[in-house]
Design a protein around this ligand. Sequence first.
Ligand SMILES: Nc1ncnc2c1ncn2[C@@H]1O[C@H](COP(=O)(O)OP(=O)(O)OP(=O)(O)O)[C@@H](O)[C@H]1O
Ligand SMILES: Nc1ncnc2c1ncn2[C@@H]1O[C@H](COP(=O)(O)OP(=O)(O)OP(=O)(O)O)[C@@H](O)[C@H]1O
Length: 546
Amino acid sequence: MITFDQVTVHYDDMPEPALRDVGLTVDEGELCLVTGHTGVGKSTLLGAVNGLVPHFTGGTLYGRVTVDGRDTAHHPPRELADVVGVVGQDPIDGFVTDTVEEELAYAMEQLAIPPATMRKRVEETLDLLGLAELRHRALHTLSGGQQQRVAIGSVLTAHPRVLVLDEPTSALDPTAAEEVLAAVTRLVHDLGVTVLMAEHRLERVVQYADRVIHLPGDGRVRIGPPAEILRTATIAPPIVELGRAAGWSPLPLSVRDARRAAAPLRARLAERAPAPVRPPVLKGGGNRLLAARGVTVAYRDLAAVRAVDLELHAGEVVALMGRNGSGKSSLLWALQGSGPRRAGSVRVHGEHGAQDPHTVSAAEARRLVGLVPQTPADLLYLESVGQELAQADAESAAGVTARELLDRLAPGIEDATHPRDLSEGQKLALVLAVQLAAAPRVVLLDEPTRGLDYRAKAALTGIVDALAAEGRAVVISTHDVEFAARAADRVVVMAEGDIVADGPTAEVIVSSPTFAPQTAKILAPLPFLTVDQVARELADTDKARS
Ligand SMILES: Nc1ncnc2c1ncn2[C@@H]1O[C@H](COP(=O)(O)OP(=O)(O)OP(=O)(O)O)[C@@H](O)[C@H]1O
Ligand SMILES: Nc1ncnc2c1ncn2[C@@H]1O[C@H](COP(=O)(O)OP(=O)(O)OP(=O)(O)O)[C@@H](O)[C@H]1O
């Protein structure tokens, strides 16, 4: 269905090609997962399938890509729209209309599908993706996850035979992600749709993949069965890390298989008490940095945040979790001061006593509370990476430079590169570096792991740990349960604008079928959250024995 024949893609001004001599064939009805570190060329590979690369991105494509027999060199994306549906990494970028219903119908209108069929498919898709209540909403008023669902829906309505999905679940809550992936898998199994999907959160998708295309980073690709590729890949979900640490063969890829393989491991770990979980940071242990009382955010008659009380203390890393649309971003913007707040108060303790970031100057507010938004590229406006970094350092008083932070998150980005030409993960890493260099008292990160590989997430965990150790408070709104398990001491869960749970990470997420990380699911009832904890425990057991 899709063939790449000796494909090399070279972007102008880049020293090395993004793809080099790639040859591969994806059969009809196959679901292929594309993996690789941040910025290795996954989006480039996906973009080449419908000709977005190079027709829209610039650069040069050598070799030949065909889809359903059509050569993309001679068919621009528009002429492939009846065969290939593409969902890009940033849903807002792809929207062409104003409301949910219009967006769902747009692709079909372009293909001149009869109105009666269109109507039926729009209704089906609204149900399939849980969008019925939002059908008349303006797209720009939707939460990040709601927008991502619309983007996926708008592609599905056209019934393409090939689906190209670039990180399709990055903004979705765990349940929504499962539902969307189940829907995609059904298309593959029942209708023979061919899917090429790039995703960093392998724990969510690997069990659905027929084959994995791994980009090791030199522009080439390896393709093979998931278990075979993941045995040696530098990128692996927790389940695979655990399997490697425990020496399981064959490597299980689903929690169910892993639980079976894990019986001896559970027995060995159970021998030792006490529980190994990282001791929860006591709430109130550090100084109180932020106190929010009765914070209410409403958009006309929709109450997004309802009278929320929240305290943040020095040294805390808090994960803010909850369904799409539960009010997380609205709460963060209200805490930061520039978002709407209908009622309530926010006090941040800075050099000049307790201040409301909403009433001080923008520069002062930045030193109190820093926020990295869900679409970080909005914050990049200079001509080069170097200028962005220099500007951040000029404004900051922190001991670490923005360049140092960037190199820890995404190594190898040159000063001269235009921010526009960075991959999504690289853009995020740049914005994180710029914001964190300012070292505000309270750091708010809205879904900061989109586009980040496991290595970058580990680096981000290290950076937020260091910020906390310096006496700052960090709040991370995230759907990435594996990241939350590693990075956060405390988890706050929101539902429909309320805080419904607040406590130490282990307590809040282990007991939750939605938020439990893979390690917890595999080793339950033992209280392990991460592979690192298991590995440490095994090392200690070995030491005790010898
Ligand atoms: N239009 C462009 N012009 C110049 N360079 C580009 C362009 N698009 C991407 N690049 C570069 O090509 C490389 C591969 O980018 P690509 O977006 O394919 O990576 P990716 O694997 O999808 O990354 P991520 O995991 O962050 O989504 C990156 O180094 C990026 O900076
Ligand atoms: N400008 C707006 N106008 C109207 N409604 C809005 C607006 N912004 C957000 N909403 C609605 O408020 C609710 C909360 O949105 P918010 O973005 O805070 O959720 P979230 O928990 O961050 O979601 P996600 O996990 O999908 O990012 C959602 O139902 C959303 O549709």
